[in-house]
Structures are given as C-alpha cells and as structure tokens.
Design a protein around this ligand. Structure first.
Ligand code: AOF
Ligand code: ZN
Length: 355
C-alpha cells in the first residue's frame, strides 16, 4: 500500500478536480504493475493499471488501491469497480472510502457482490493525508489551505525595505516550486504582486504545465495591467476576487481574466474559499505577505504552513510573518504541530499544521 501511495503522490496537482489515486498489482508476491490517475483526471488509476495487463496476468492477483474504486460509469461505459470485478483480480486492499456520493461504499459493494475479497482501512492516516485536499473539498466545501513562507533564522520574511531576495537557498526555492506544481490553486494579493511582480508559475523543467490556477485577492482592483502576471494570462488560468463597484476599473481588465465580485466585505475570505471549492480547487497554496496571512490565520482559514527557514539572521527590523497578536498569556498562543521536516543544505523545511 505504501507503493500505491507513492504512485498516487506522483500525480498530485495534475489530476484537476479528480483525486490523485495510486494502485499496484501483486501476483505471486511480486509487484507486476503500477498506475495512477492520468493528468486531467481520466483515465482513472485502476483503468490505467488493468489496460496494461493481459487476462492471464490479472487472474488471481491482488490489487492495492489508495481510494475506493469508483461506482459511476465514465466515458468508457464502465466504472473502476466493474472493471476490477470483470478482470480476474481476486482480492482488493483499500486505504480510504470515497466520499463522492456516486461511490461512497457502492464501489466496495460491487466488488463484494462479484465475490472479490475486500480489505479496507489500510494506512488510513496516510491515505487521508494524501487525499486531504480532496476530502476537505468534498466534506467541508473549501480547499485545504497551505501558506508558504521563506523565513530567516529569526523568523522574518523580508528586510524593513521589503527586500526578500533571497532569504532561502536555491534547493528550498526549487522545492517551493514543487509545492506549486502539487497545488491546484495559488493565491496572493495585489500588494504582493505590486511589490514582487510575481507570476506564480511552477518553474521546474518539465513541470511548467502543472502550474496551478493563479488567484489574486484585489479588493479595490488596484492593480494595473502592466504587471507580468497579466501578460501571461490565458483564459481560465487567472482569477481576481474583488469587491469594487467601479465599472471603469472593471472594464479595463482584459477579457481572458476572470473577475469575481463579492459585495460582502465581512465574509469576503470565506466566500472566496467557497467559490474556489466549487471550482474544485482541492489544495490551495497562499504566497503572500504578513497582513493577508495574519488575516487568514486569525479567521481560522489556514490548515498548515510550510516554512523554509534559512541560515540568515536579519534582525528585529525585518518584517514578521505574523502581525501583533497582543497576547497576555503563553497559554493563549497559537500552536502548530510538526508534520514534516526536511533539510535543504543549511535551510530547514518545516511543515506545521494547526490543531
Ligand atoms: C477511481 N480512481 O483514479 C480516481 C477516482 O469526473 P469523473 O467521472 O472522473 O469522476 C470523478 C470522481 O471519480 C471523483 O470525485 C472520485 O469519486 C473518483 N475518482 N476514482 O476509482 C481514480 N481519480
Ligand atoms: Zn474510477
């Protein structure tokens, strides 16, 4: 099952609205095939696996799959559960149930009715983690939200003059681009675009095509179209959330940029996350500055922070990653548990989660 999880991770950020699923087939104690969900989401993992094998190879084999096989028919006229049922596979091991109501238990029923031995709940926590964006979207109608910060050893994100090039090293920055490729959406604010002229793409060789949907929160539509991000905009890859009624400003945006207006300033951030969930964004990455991130953290809308902590001390006049919280007691502090640690030369990557 660990091999199936690894296979699934290879598809993270490439499968659109579909979850990234992985599976391996075992026969006579050997893994004889592996497959994952295709770019864009179809064909599904199990279909990719079964279509590479002959009836003889499949006969009497064991399938390990990270998500319950689907029960609804695709364009191929069948479901993954039916494909498996007719394949000769004799037993199926599964990590997680699929909360999609078209499947949700029905996939496993199809298998059981076809006299296939079904074993569930293998590496459930690992499976939940793999699918955390998909599960959060299905069950809570919002994306799973990660903030990324490159911070100095003393926890600052930039110098007083806002210069932040480069706090973290090249290895860290490359991994940061990997996180972009694995995300479905990347969100920033007009202030960050105005300061950094960011373009928010994944710039790892060969993975550029997996750059996430770009999202800008620009409440007052303050940005002009000379920033690089607008020059590279294609229909469907750039979204701006605003609450401006200024028709002249709205008109000046090129047609290939989606403007989304919410008139509710108080509930603005919640509405954005809901809208992104409806657009099937599963994993949302935020790369922005102190003010916006503090607002998101205070509103309890962030799930985890990916810190790239460098070896550079820049001093107390640097900019913090979070604004004043005016706490009176340490027991009121916000706590984050460690999920993952990696070393990139003298930088340390710390993935931390709230709750
Ligand atoms: C599987 N194997 O590899 C994936 C599954 O738009 P569709 O028809 O592809 O359906 C999307 C749903 O299919 C998705 O919500 C989830 O329930 C399932 N994804 N199922 O058996 C796979 N990616
Ligand atoms: Zn399927």
């Amino acid at each position: 099952m660990k091999q199936a999880l690894l296979e699934a991770y290879r598809a993270m950020g490439t499968t659109g609205k579909n979850p990234n699923v992985g599976c391996v087939l075992v026969k006579n104690n050997f893994i004889i095939a592996r497959a994952r969900t295709s770019p864009g989401g179809r064909p599904h993992a199990e279909e990719n696996l079964i279509s590479q094998l002959s009836k003889i190879e499949l006969n009497g084999s064991s399938l390990f799959v990270t998500l319950e096989p689907c029960a609804h028919k695709g364009k191929n006229g069948t479901s993954c559960a039916e494909l498996i049922a007719n394949s000769g596979i004799k037993e199926v091991y599964v990590c997680n149930y699929d909360p999609d109501l078209r499947t949700s238990g029905k996939g496993l029923e199809i298998l059981k009715k076809s006299k296939i031995d079904v074993y569930t709940d293998f590496l459930v926590n690992e499976g939940n983690d793999l699918n955390i964006g998909y599960l959060t979207n299905c069950l809570s109608n919002r994306p799973f939200v990660t903030i990324k910060f490159a911070i100095s050893l003393d926890g600052k994100i930039a110098l007083k003059n806002k210069n932040s090039k480069w706090i973290s090293n090249e290895l860290s920055r490359n991994f940061g681009h990997m996180i972009r490729a694995q995300s479905d959406g990347i969100l920033t604010t007009n202030s960050t675009i105005a300061e950094d002229n960011s373009i928010l793409t994944c710039r790892l060789n060969g993975l550029e095509k997996y750059s996430p949907l770009k999202i800008i929160v620009d409440r007052g539509l303050k940005l002009n179209k000379n920033y690089s991000i607008f020059k590279n905009a294609k229909k469907g890859n750039l979204l701006i959330y605003h609450c401006s009624n200024d028709k002249i400003k709205i008109k000046k945006y090129p047609k290939n940029i989606d403007l989304v207006y919410f008139n509710n300033k108080k509930n603005f951030l919640n509405l954005i996350l809901k809208d992104l969930a409806n657009r099937k964004i599963k994993n949302l990455l935020i790369e922005s500055g102190t003010n916006f991130c503090t607002e998101m953290i205070k509103a309890n809308l962030v799930d985890q922070i990916a810190f790239f902590r460098s070896n550079k001390i820049i001093g107390n006049d640097g900019l913090p990653f979070v604004n004043n919280l005016s706490l009176k007691k340490i027991s009121d502090s916000i706590r984050m548990k460690v999920i993952d640690i990696k070393f990139f030369d003298n930088d340390v990557y710390e993935l931390r989660r709230f709750n």
